[in-house]
Design a protein around this ligand. Structure first.
Ligand SMILES: Cc1ncc(COP(=O)(O)O)c(C=O)c1O
Length: 483
């Protein structure tokens, strides 16, 4: 049976179900499978032509034993998870007309219009399946830079085994993203708008880590997370790399490049692991905005925290790519001691400079770049003018980064990930297209509908957040479950 261990070495190996329900490992590390499945070209050839859901079933079956989730249950979970997607292809791929061999992978056709739906649709339904079977209740807590929150809340809404506390930094996300969380009326969804966050959603992660460390509180509420620290998110996100690859290649086995707008490295970590498993990706591009920690990691060998900058691609205004530690673990021969040492060094000094050997090990097959707001806005405008296709600012960052690297990339096909629908960022679209009137492509009925609903939200100042949250969460628990 596949076991999961912490990438910082603490605790004992656990089974798949425990890894999913716990979120973090017992020592605060991230769960990783003891072995990664190996996929051959022959296998990939067999998968060509499968629908997204059929392919997801095949890939997930490499990680999830039938004794843990039966074939029928896995199929049902997948069908339930993706039923709310508006496009029956789930992840359509658009070949750009004005750029040769370049494809846009549209990961935003889920109900909350970002790529977070792709991972969370499955993960929340899987968590719920385990909870129903165990007759248990879980309190999930997530911090969001704008898109995880809406997706986690949407999928948890109305599930009687779950309560979801969704923390967002007020002023750092768009009004449209905020309303996606606050207009849900379900009693088990608790959005918390936090004012005075100096470093956006990274500040909220600090508080969540403190709640996790509070053992009695954690146990009382049965606390867990569905942020990309949860192995289930990363595992599920490997599927769209396989899917995108199989959709665009003429011959299975040919290499392609993929460019991914990145913040916490959850999406790219999945891409890196898909390649470790055997997917023929030549380069993975870590596309950053001016919050360029990943660009520093992959170009200079330096993991460092710098001042946060507010950008037009606000969902990737993230300073600390925590999933990088998960990927690094695989690339350095699973040395948990080293990972622990580096994390401690980063936490005490704000910086780690990797030695040459480590840099060579992890950076192989990765490129990176950082897009300015100006470049991001210009590419949105250019593609819209050229072919009437509207990118969101994050998709645009992936295109800018790939463009800046075109001399290194070579002649292979390129998939740029579009991770959100432009309707979530109307002000940026107006700025990019130099217009006061939004084009139809920048509107979506889900966003429009939310404008007409009442909001229900907890509000709190960051200064008091830890205590205020414990109070709110415990009160809610006592009133609804405990007594
Ligand atoms: C629209 C969008 N693109 C990209 C990202 C970055 O993904 P990750 O944090 O997995 O790197 C996020 C979220 O963080 C997002 O909301």
């Amino acid at each position: 049976m596949m076991q999961f261990v912490s990438n910082t070495g603490g605790g004992k190996p656990v089974d798949f179900e425990t890894a999913i329900l716990d979120g973090f490992a017992i020592d605060g590390g991230l769960y990783v499978p003891e072995t990664l499945p190996n996929i051959t070209t022959k296998q990939l050839k067999k998968w060509k032509g499968l629908s997204y859901i059929e392919l997801a079933f095949e890939v997930l079956s490499l990680f999830i034993e039938r004794s843990v989730v039966s074939e029928l249950d896995l199929k049902n979970i997948l069908l339930t998870a993706y039923a709310p997607f508006e496009n029956k292809e789930i992840i359509p791929i658009y070949p750009l007309q004005s750029k040769k061999k370049t494809y846009i992978m549209e990961l935003f056709h889920g109900p909350t219009l970002s790529f977070k739906d792709v991972g969370l649709a499955f993960l929340v339904n899987l968590v719920n399946f385990f909870l129903e079977r165990k007759k248990k209740h879980l309190t999930i807590i997530v911090a969001t830079s704008g898109d995880t929150g809406p997706a986690a809340a949407y999928y948890a809404a109305g599930k009687s085994n779950l309560d979801a506390w969704v923390l967002y930094p007020k002023g750092w996300i768009t009004e449209e993203q905020e309303r996606q969380m606050t207009t849900l009326q379900h009693a088990n969804i608790h959005p918390v708008g936090v004012s005075n966050c100096k470093e956006g959603s990274d500040d909220l992660d600090v508080i969540i880590a403190k709640l996790y460390a509070n053992q009695s509180f954690k146990e009382k509420l049965n606390l867990s997370s569905v942020n990309s620290i949860n192995w289930g998110r990363v595992m599920m996100q490997t599927v769209h790399y396989f899917y995108g690859y199989l959709q665009v290649v003429d011959t299975v086995g040919e290499q392609i490049n993929m460019s991914v707008p990145s913040g916490a490295f959850g999406n790219l970590c999945a891409g890196g692991l898909a390649r470790e498993m055997g997917l023929p990706i030549k380069y993975l591009i870590a596309a950053n905005n001016k919050n360029a920690c990943l660009h520093r990691i992959f170009s200079e060998g330096r993991f460092s925290k710098e001042e946060i900058v507010e950008t037009v691609s606000s969902a990737i205004d993230i300073l600390i790519p925590s999933n990088f530690w998960r990927f690094l673990y695989f690339r350095i021969g699973r040395d948990a001691e080293k990972i622990k040492k580096w994390i401690n060094e980063f936490e005490s000094t704000g910086q780690v400079t990797f030695d040459k050997e480590t840099f060579n090990l992890y950076s192989k097959g990765f490129l990176s770049n950082s897009a300015s707001d100006q470049e991001t806005l210009e590419v949105i405008n250019e593609i819209y003018k050229n072919e009437n296709y509207l990118l969101d600012p994050h998709g645009a960052v992936s295109l800018v980064a790939a463009d800046k690297l075109k001399n290194t990339l070579g002649n292979e096909k390129l998939i740029c990930f579009a991770t959100a629908h432009p309707s979530k960022f109307p002000e940026v679209v107006k700025q990019a297209l130099h217009t006061a009137v939004l084009p139809k492509a920048a509107k979506h009925s889900n966003i429009e509908n939310a404008k007409q609903l009442c909001e229900k939200v907890y509000l709190c100042d960051y200064k008091y957040l830890e205590k205020a949250l414990i109070h709110a969460m415990e009160t809610n628990w006592d009133l609804t479950k405990g007594k």
